[in-house]
Design a binder for this molecule. Structure first.
Ligand code: ADP
Ligand code: ZN
Ligand code: ZN
Length: 660
């Protein structure tokens, strides 16, 4: 009897074999129901062994091969194989987790047809600028694989380039995959895509879709019925039979990196997918990741630059730093910023105060005894939220009421220390009692509907001052916004995390890009105690290239990525000693000495040393050679799996960590 080899969603690096009476090689790629343990599971058939090829006496029989979907194609498995090998993730987990929940359930819910909303046609496309035309030529000239980085300031017409490329691909009869960091934050992009191609089928794929809708959209992509798939990172694995191009918007955005389960970079997987499929890929950003920038400088990616804003009337904002060393700040706001806001109010223009910290204050403390509102479960403070009178952990979700007095000494005079968006909002309201102030952060805007309502409100001019986190930094166009003030930027300048300057620069550049997008000239005021820092000099000059060159030079000298390749082994356990002991054991395994080109650092507690009652340690592995690291990791992983570990210890390997 034929034997099928099945991928199952289990943390094990192996396939599972079953007897299957009617199976043939044509069934590779179909889902199958199989007995497992005391129950059943859904798996995917990866291979069919002919009669006699596999001893089948001991094997259980598969329950049922599911034929409601066509088989997953070899390209899908090829991509999963890459991801599994590269990220040290079990193949079965990759394959199954790449599928929407609806098709990997034993009891699939009844499927309903979805409503197709008819899109309203958008405005006619503008004539392309020479730079836009050149970028489009570069992507389309070859037909085969090519990777192009599209570097252009906000408003330079990147989206227009995407739309023209989509048009080109659709005319060839192919499908497009358009990846975005967070769909909820970019309803404008979705609307523009639908408006430009009202006759085409556009589907969205992201984790906030209801399960049934996500399955329906996935099926439409897989059957070839959908022409355009607009998705977040999880969409990168969607099988698409006519895929002709991949476009990644805001390619620098950290949300392309999955931080749990299989820890992968959708951007990097997308590049591999384009190469495997021999199709072009375009990565767009105003502030490319330094990895992509280095690839473009080194010639692995082509570089297309849009230097000017597409609308000639929309000049880049003037960026100034406010030297706060000799100023008296009130709730963190400097007199020049107050004055600038006052001017905008008088002219009926909008201002945005940017502070990347939500809540009222990051901690509540007792000056008498030194008590602080710590989270019982994490190495973090509970953040004070006055809007709903709670203390809340931003890491594990734990929350509590606000104590009336210090829990340790009974002192009634306990104070919030530091400030978040709520506190700045409160102060501004006191300073400008007639202004309409709108706070925009994940506490005030929780759903897509709320987000759309907020955007409408801003566009309609129903807010004078916006106070917000980086939610407001993403690609929106606010024509009446002419002032951006940035608070609290200094924290990232000297952070231990060597990627912090890259993130700060990108954030400030993005948020600065909100100012002056229409005919009104914009101004950006960055408050700092380090006005001469080179990062601010680059921002003032709108000089991403200079900033990137400086950062890359520093990284090259220090031997950091992209000039070195990293993976991190993390262990979490009820106590740190156990986690560190386990990591230490991983450094003394025989395989370690067999791979001289890979260097292991000492195990250390993670920055967030305790999260949700688990203590966490990490161990960094690094090599100057990617192949050397890749040769080491699977052998190391197998040896680690053989280590004796306390039963409550969990570990994983993350390749190309962003946070270590
Ligand atoms: P980005 O995606 O880089 O922020 P967009 O593509 O959204 O830029 O373009 C910014 C604005 O300029 C939009 O209003 C867009 O319609 C307009 N625009 C884009 N390309 C052109 C062009 N070639 N000529 C005139 N206006 C353009
Ligand atoms: Zn006290
Ligand atoms: Zn916590």
């Amino acid at each position: 009897m034929p034997v099928i080899r099945v991928a199952l969603d289990l943390p094990l690096h192996r396939l599972f074999e079953y007897r299957a009476e009617a199976a043939s090689t044509a069934d590779v790629g179909l889902r199958v129901r199989v007995p497992f343990g005391r129950g059943e599971r859904i798996g995917v058939i990866v291979a069919v062994a002919a009669q006699g090829e596999w001893p089948d006496e001991q094997l259980k029989a598969a329950s049922e091969i599911l034929r409601d979907l066509p088989p997953l194609p070899p390209e899908f498995f090829g991509l999963c194989e890459f991801a599994s090998a590269y990220y040290q993730a079990p193949f079965g987990e990759v394959v199954l987790q790449a599928l929407p929940a609806g098709v990997r359930r034993l009891d699939p819910p009844a499927r309903r047809a979805g409503r197709q909303t008819k899109a309203k046609p958008g405005p006619l496309p503008p004539a392309l600028t020479a730079e836009q035309a050149k970028a489009i030529d570069a992507v389309t000239v070859d037909g085969g694989y090519s990777a192009q980085l599209l570097f252009g300031v906000t408003g330079s017409g990147k989206t227009e380039v995407y739309l023209r490329l989509v048009e080109w691909v659709l005319a060839l009869g192919a499908q497009v995959l358009l990846l975005v960091p967070e769909i909820n934050l970019t309803p404008q992009l979705e609307a523009r895509v639908r408006g430009r191609f009202p006759e085409r089928t556009v589907v969205a794929l992201h984790s906030e879709l209801a399960e049934a809708a996500r399955e329906r959209h996935w099926r439409a992509a897989f059957s070839g019925e959908a022409d355009i798939v607009l998705g977040t990172r999880l969409a990168v694995f969607t099988p698409m039979p006519r895929l002709g191009m991949i476009i990644i918007d805001e390619e620098h955005d950290a949300s392309f990196k999955q931080q749990d389960g299989m820890r992968y970079s959708a951007r990097d997987v997308a590049v591999v997918r384009a190469r495997q499929a021999a199709i072009p890929i375009l990565l767009g950003s105003a502030t490319p990741s330094l990895e992509s920038w280095a690839n473009a400088q080194g010639g692995r990616y082509g570089l297309q630059t849009l230097r000017e804003r597409a609308n000639p009337a929309a000049t880049l904002p003037a960026v100034n730093v406010v030297d706060t060393r000799k100023m008296v700040l009130r709730e963190g706001v400097s007199p020049p910023l107050v004055e600038a806001i006052r001017q905008r109010l008088a002219r009926e223009e909008q201002s945005l105060v940017f502070l990347n910290r939500r809540g009222y204050a990051p901690v509540l403390a007792c000056p008498a005894c030194g008590w602080v509102s710590g989270c019982k479960r994490c190495a973090a403070n509970l953040v004070l939220h006055l809007a709903d009178r709670r203390l809340r952990c931003h890491h594990c979700g734990f929350e509590n009421g606000i104590p009336r007095a210090c829990p340790t000494c009974g002192n009634q005079d306990i104070h919030p220390f530091g400030r978040g968006t709520q506190r700045v909002e409160e102060w501004l309201q006191g300073e400008f009692p007639d202004a309409r102030i709108l706070r925009v952060d994940r506490d005030s805007v929780k759903s897509r509907t709320q987000w759309e309502a907020v955007l409408t409100q801003i566009h309609a001019g129903e807010a004078d001052i916006l106070v917000g986190t980086q939610m407001l930094a993403k690609g929106h166009d606010f024509p009446k916004l002419t002032l951006v003030g940035a608070l609290g930027a200094d924290a990232a300048l000297f952070a231990a995390d060597w990627r912090a300057p890259e993130r700060l620069f990108a954030q400030l550049m993005q948020v600065a890009g909100r100012a002056g997008r229409a005919e009104l000239k914009g101004q950006v005021l960055i408050q700092t105690q380090y006005p001469d820092h080179p990062l601010f000099a680059a921002l003032k000059a709108h000089d991403y290239e200079g900033f990137a060159a400086g950062q890359l030079k520093e990284r090259e000298q220090a031997g950091f990525p992209p000039y070195a390749f990293q993976a991190v082994l993390r262990a979490e356990a009820p106590d740190m000693a156990a986690a560190i002991a386990f990591l230490t054991a991983a450094t003394t395994l025989p395989v370690v000495t067999e791979h001289e080109q890979v260097m292991l650092y000492d195990p250390i507690p993670m920055k967030m040393a305790r999260l949700a009652n688990l203590e966490r340690g990490q161990l960094l592995a690094e090599s100057g050679s990617r192949p050397a690291l890749q040769a080491f990791l699977p052998r190391w992983r197998e040896a680690i799996a053989q280590l004796k570990a306390p039963s409550r210890l969990r570990w994983h390997i993350e390749v190309d960590p962003l946070d270590c």
